[in-house]
Design a binder for this molecule. Structure first.
Ligand SMILES: [Zn+2]
Ligand SMILES: [Zn+2]
Length: 372
C-alpha cells in the first residue's frame, strides 16, 4: 500500500493559505479514503458536495472495516476505480437537501449501502439484492470512509440517538446476518453449528441465541475467537484443529448431527465439513465469501439420501430496517472494537486482515466520536 499523506483537518478549505486572493466561491474539501487500484489506497482531499433533492449529507462517525474492503484493495473484488471505501457506515446528518422531511440535521443514521436498478426482473420480483445492476456504496459508489458522505435520504435509517456510533455501524453486517438466518430458516429449540467466530460469526451466535436455537456450537481455530463466541452466548466453542472436536460437537446433539450448519468463513473445505456434520434433513448456510475458484466435493447421493439443503445468502434484502430494530437487543457491545483515524486506514485494513480486534473501525472524527 502507498504511504498515506497527512490529512487536512475537517472543515478546512482548499484555498492555499499563502494565496493573497481567496475567491468568494472557494470550494471546501473533505478528506476521503480512495482505492485507485490493487494495493493503492490514498487519503485525498475531494470537493465537498451539497445534498441535492432527496439527499442527505452525513458526517460518518464510525465505519466498519470488513473483509470485502480488503478484497477490493487486494484486487479480487470488482469495484470502481477510484472509489471511496466503506460500506458499514454510521454517522450524523449534517445537511438535508430539498424535499427531505423524514430526517433532520443532528439525526444519527445508518446507511443501507446499495443502489438497485428497480427495473430488472429480479428487482420486479422483490429480489433486489440479486439485481443485475446493483451498485454498492464503498464498492461501485463512493462510500463512508470520508468526512462527508452524500446519499439518498431513503437509504439513511435513523437510529436511537443514544446508540454508540460503532454499534450503529454494525447494522449493515447484522442485516446480512439476519438475511442469512432467514435463508437458514431455523426452528427454535434445535442445535446449530457455526463455523467461524469473526465479527459475522459472532453476530450469528447472538442471532441464533435470540432465535432460541440450542445448543449453539462454534468451531474456530483461534482461542480469542472462541472466547468471543462464548461471550456472545455460544454453549460450546471448539477448536477444529483438534481431531476430537467433531465427535465432541456431535455428542452435543445426541449423535444426530446438526439440523442447522452455518459457514461464516467461506471455504470449500468447511462446506465439506458442514455437510458431514449436518443431521438428516439438515440445512447448510453458505454465508462466508469463498474464493471464486474454490471447489468443494459434494456427493449428490448424500444430498438425496439425507435430504440436505444447501442455501446461500448474499447481502441484506429488506433486512436493514429489521437490523435497526434488533441492534439494541443483541448485546453487540460484547465485541471489542479497535479504531483508526482516516489517515491510518492502511493500519486499519491490516488490523482487519489479521483479526487484531473483534471488529475494526475507521473513525473519521476520532475515537471519542465513534465510541461515545
Ligand atoms: Zn461488510
Ligand atoms: Zn435490478
Amino acid at each position: 500500500m502507498t504511504p498515506t499523506p497527512r490529512v487536512r483537518p475537517p472543515g478546512r478549505t482548499s484555498a492555499d493559505s499563502r494565496s493573497c486572493f481567496v475567491p468568494l466561491t472557494e470550494a471546501r474539501t473533505i478528506a476521503a479514503v480512495r482505492c485507485h487500484g490493487p494495493g493503492d489506497v490514498r487519503v485525498e482531499q475531494l470537493p465537498e458536495r451539497a445534498p441535492g433533492p432527496g439527499e442527505v449529507a452525513i458526517e460518518p462517525l464510525a465505519v466498519g472495516v470488513c473483509g470485502t474492503d480488503g478484497h477490493i484493495v487486494g484486487g479480487s473484488f470488482p469495484a470502481a476505480r477510484p472509489v471511496v471505501l466503506g460500506h458499514e457506515v454510521c454517522g450524523r446528518v449534517r445537511e438535508v437537501g430539498p424535499g427531505v422531511d423524514r430526517l433532520a440535521p443532528g439525526d444519527l443514521v445508518t446507511v443501507e449501502p446499495h443502489d438497485y436498478c428497480t427495473a430488472c426482473a429480479y428487482c420486479r420480483l422483490g429480489q433486489e439484492h440479486l439485481c443485475d445492476a446493483k451498485r454498492g456504496y464503498g464498492v461501485r459508489l463512493d462510500g463512508g470512509m470520508t468526512e462527508r458522505m452524500v446519499v439518498p435520504a431513503r437509504i439513511a435509517y435513523r437510529l436511537p440517538p443514544d446508540t454508540p456510533p460503532w454499534i450503529g455501524a454494525l447494522t449493515e453486517p447484522l442485516a446480512c446476518c439476519i438475511h442469512g438466518m432467514d435463508q437458514l430458516a431455523p426452528r427454535s429449540g434445535l442445535p446449530v453449528l457455526i463455523y467461524g467466530a469473526g465479527p459475522a460469526g459472532a453476530m450469528m451466535v447472538a442471532l441464533a441465541r435470540s432465535r432460541g436455537l440450542a445448543p449453539v456450537v462454534v468451531m474456530d481455530p483461534r482461542p480469542d475467537r472462541r472466547d468471543l463466541a462464548l461471550r456472545m452466548g455460544a454453549d460450546a466453542a471448539l477448536d477444529p484443529t483438534d481431531p476430537a472436536s467433531e465427535a465432541a460437537a456431535r455428542a452435543l446433539t445426541d449423535g444426530l448431527g446438526f439440523p442447522y450448519v452455518v459457514d461464516a468463513v467461506g471455504s470449500a473445505r468447511l462446506l465439506e465439513s458442514a455437510i458431514g456434520m449436518a443431521s438428516r434433513g439438515g440445512r447448510i448456510l453458505v454465508f462466508g465469501v469463498a474464493r471464486p475458484d474454490e471447489e468443494a466435493r459434494v456427493r449428490p447421493n448424500e444430498v438425496f439420501a439425507r435430504e440436505l439443503t444447501i442455501v446461500g445468502a448474499v447481502i441484506n434484502p429488506y433486512t436493514h430496517h429489521r437490523a435497526v430494530g434488533m441492534l439494541p437487543t443483541l448485546g453487540l457491545d460484547r465485541l471489542r472494537p479497535a479504531f483508526f483515524p482516516l489517515e491510518k486506514v492502511s493500519q486499519a485494513l491490516e488490523a482487519q486482515a489479521v483479526g487484531q480486534a473483534d471488529k475494526v473501525f475507521v473513525a473519521p472524527y476520532g475515537v471519542d466520536a465513534a465510541r461515545r
